[in-house]
Write a protein that binds this ligand. Structure first.
Ligand SMILES: NC(=O)C1=CN([C@@H]2O[C@H](COP(=O)(O)OP(=O)(O)OC[C@H]3O[C@@H](n4cnc5c(N)ncnc54)[C@H](O)[C@@H]3O)[C@@H](O)[C@H]2O)C=CC1
Ligand SMILES: NCC(=O)COP(=O)(O)O
Length: 322
């Protein structure tokens, strides 16, 4: 049997735990790690201790006891440490070879900061840290639209006012190279076509609306193209995401979070998958967050989580075949 994917429980007060019973639809061997008290009432689950021996039926649970039960919509600071421990434990299982990847359910960053002093903006940076300081990038990938929309923000969880000084030539070049390597290694595209979004409206319109494109982004893209990369840009971001434009690239490297995530989530919110590129193990996640406003109401759509688990299985198989 292939090694399973670990599904981390995420924030117990969010929608993560209630998505677990639907995940079998991904048709990927997986184990859910968390506190069984946080699963929806009536969930059929079986505790596993050996990842090579999964039960034939019901939800396989790798137990991690938390300090407190969950109250949907209201995170308990006492549970913050457990959320973090589960992620770290999943990484250890991957690195030990017992699991083939991780699919994380959403965390609430502020709840973890307030409850346990979590010092990372999100999973992406925490996982990079656990991997010994890996150079990573965040990709959001659609799964149900054609042509696909795969976007990689070069800057991630920072204030918009900090973007221009944080987006350096070094950061953009590293993000482009991480993206290209992952498209080849993980997505099976030997010659990925990359597009780079401009920072400013109309990609600066020749300096009339901002200078970064003229001052350095164009030169960086030209240098990488001379090196042999199939790369275009800087492109005006407002006209690069409609279907005929997406048909010209396999992944778009964007300047900042919302420039990347708004088009992807608008096109495919229920099929969107968050993938961390550049890690030594596979990690995916649904594109949505903890959705406290609907947690515990039964309204949560499991499709993005199912797509994320399915993609984790695909990426893990691709790596195992290498
Ligand atoms: N991978 C992760 O751990 C992620 C964590 N987050 C975190 O989640 C928290 C809440 O973030 P928000 O910006 O409010 O985004 P959100 O995605 O949690 O919610 C935005 C809106 O979409 C709805 N929604 C989200 N997922 C849904 C689903 N599966 N089915 C039906 N409706 C759904 C919610 O009810 C809400 O109205 C924040 O702390 C954020 O940092 C956000 C994205 C990813
Ligand atoms: N907006 C995407 C997001 O918050 C996911 O962050 P991460 O937890 O995957 O780093």
């Amino acid at each position: 049997m292939p090694r399973p994917i670990i599904v981390t429980c995420g924030e117990p007060a969010g929608i993560g735990p209630e998505l677990a019973p639907a995940l079998h639809r991904a048709a990927v061997p997986f184990v859910w790690m968390g506190d069984p008290r946080h699963l929806p009432d009536g969930t059929a689950w079986t505790e596993v201790t050996d990842l090579a021996q999964l039960p034939a039926d019901g939800l396989a649970v790798l137990r991690h006891d938390f300090a407190a039960p969950a109250r949907p919509g209201t995170p308990d600071p006492a549970n913050a440490a457990g959320v973090i421990e589960v992620i770290a434990r999943a990484v250890t299982l991957c690195r030990d070879g017992a699991a083939s990847g991780i699919c994380t359910m959403p965390i609430h960053k502020k709840a973890l900061k307030d409850g346990a002093g979590f010092a990372f903006p999100g999973h992406t940076e925490f996982l990079a840290h656990l991997a010994g300081g890996a150079d990573v990038a965040m990709m959001l990938a659609s799964t149900t639209v054609d042509p696909p929309c795969r976007v990689v923000p070069a800057t991630i969880h920072i204030a918009l006012s900090d973007v221009p000084r944080t987006l350096t030539p070094d950061l953009l070049e590293r993000t482009i190279r991480i993206t290209r390597a992952a498209m080849i290694r993980d997505f099976g595209l030997p010659a990925p076509r990359l597009a780079v979004a401009g920072l400013n409206p109309h990609a600066g319109e020749g300096g009339a609306m901002g200078r970064e494109e003229q001052d350095w982004i164009s030169d960086l893209v030209a240098r990488l193209r001379d090196e042999g990369l199939d790369i275009s840009g800087p492109l005006p971001a407002d006209t690069m995401f409609h279907a005929p434009a997406r048909a010209r690239w396999d992944a778009a490297i964007c300047a900042y979070h919302d420039q990347a995530l708004i088009p992807m989530k608008t096109l495919d919110f229920s099929g969107g998958v968050n993938v961390t590129l550049g890690l030594p193990f596979v990690r995916t996640s649904p594109d949505h967050g903890t959705a406290f406003d609907i947690a515990g109401t039964g309204q949560a759509d499991p499709d993005s989580a199912i797509a994320a688990l399915r993609m984790a299985g695909q990426l893990a198989r691709a790596r195992q075949a290498q």
